[in-house]
Design a protein around this ligand. Structure first.
Ligand code: ZN
Length: 384
């Protein structure tokens, strides 16, 4: 995403605006050092003017700023790179770079730091992936590979496999069994994670029928102690009315991204076949607490195609930003569909489900009848 700063020309020196523009595009860690920018612009502009412009961009949320503490020792002051003191160093009153106590080095001084992108407030600790029905989710391997390549450490991924589920999706009783199985597996994975370096609530990616199971897990009294990080819904068949705000307020989940697709047909008819489902994968969620991002070219599983997984997880990609940005700092320019969806009448949904099941049962009887008469024909023609 390139930010256009041309609107600031006039109120700020044109050359200054151009230099900051090119530095934003370069997007390196030292891109926005006021002294270096001043040198680039030539001496017509003072450092104060550069800072005034950067602060204006911070106010307009185009640039980020934080206050860092720097070691005051002679060695660290003369260093060419900026090494902000960490919380641990501040607590211990000792700089680990020059190995001096603040009592000897002098009190650390504060400096304003400008950043081209939002500071990462969190990392991907570990992840749970729940796929749709009628698939074992071959995309999950691509996802695991991309996540582990992306991070300097291995973020464990629990891929929940419940096997091929066809007829089970029509029955609430089967949903209940699958939720119980999912919940038990997640509970034991969370329990195990407590003994690893990557403890903390897992992030979650749910697809299709897997998203419905996950939403039912959140509502289940049996698993009310489970907490999750960021949740990405893809091709979701959850009802757009699902109350995510309540889940976020109760700290069951940190934030939700619904990545919907304009060509997702299965989710639009889901409510007629799968109880309690709805077309969130097409319309997004009604709740304003959810980040709804709509891609009009995406079909049911487009977001999970290897090339799209790679693009979404690369630095600055949609999922990367959602998974690593501070809460509330995530925003996207993609088209967002606003909606107030309501399910069709309960009686219509019940009837359509009965019809589908009757049709499936009829097809089974037909297949059985045809194959047994073929078998009889074959048997008599062979004279056995
Ligand atoms: Zn130092």
């Amino acid at each position: 995403m390139t930010i256009d700063l041309s609107r600031y020309i006039g109120r700020h020196e044109e050359q200054l605006v151009a230099v900051v523009q090119s530095r934003l595009e370069a997007n390196t860690s030292s891109a926005l050092d006021p002294n270096l920018i001043r040198k680039d612009v030539s001496d017509q502009v003072s450092t104060e003017e550069v800072i005034t412009f950067l602060e204006k961009l911070v106010a307009d949320e185009l640039v980020f700023a934080n206050n860092i503490k720097l070691c005051a020792s002679e060695q660290c002051s003369e260093a060419e790179t900026v090494n902000p003191l960490t919380d641990e160093e501040l607590e211990a009153s000792r700089c680990s770079i020059c190995d001096q106590d603040f009592a000897d080095a002098g009190e650390p001084h504060e400096q304003r730091h400008y950043l081209t992108h939002s500071p990462i407030s969190r990392d991907i600790r570990w992840m749970i992936v729940v796929h749709g029905f009628n698939t074992r989710g071959p995309w999950q391997e691509e996802l695991s590979w991309n996540i582990s390549n992306k991070l300097a450490y291995a973020a464990p991924i629990l891929i929940y496999k419940y096997g091929f589920e066809r007829l089970g999706i029509f029955f609430r009783s089967r949903h209940k069994e699958l939720v119980k199985k999912l919940g038990s597996e997640i509970s034991s994975a969370i329990e195990k994670s407590k003994y690893s370096e990557r403890a903390g609530p897992p992030d979650v990616i749910v697809h299709s029928f897997g998203s419905l199971l996950f939403s039912k897990l959140l509502l289940s009294d049996d698993f009310s102690d489970l907490k999750f990080g960021r949740v990405i819904c893809v091709g979701s068949v959850i009802s757009p009315q699902f109350d995510w705000k309540k889940q976020i307020d109760e700290k069951r989940v940190e934030a939700v991204l619904c990545h919907s697709g304009g060509k997702d047909v299965p989710v639009r008819i889901a409510q007629f076949a799968i109880p309690d489902s709805g077309p969130a994968g097409y319309l997004g969620f009604n709740s304003p607490s959810v980040e709804n991002v709509h891609n009009k070219l995406f079909s049911h599983s487009s977001a999970l195609e290897p090339k799209n997984i790679r693009a979404q997880l690369e630095n600055g990609g949609l999922w990367d930003r959602f998974l690593t940005a501070p809460v509330g700092k995530f925003g996207d320019e993609d088209e967002v569909k606003k909606t107030e969806w309501r399910p069709v009448w309960k009686i219509v949904r019940g009837l359509s489900r009965i019809l589908i099941l009757a049709f499936l049962a009829g097809s089974l009887v037909l297949v059985w009848a045809v194959s047994s008469s073929l078998f009889m024909c074959l048997k008599s023609s062979l004279g056995v």
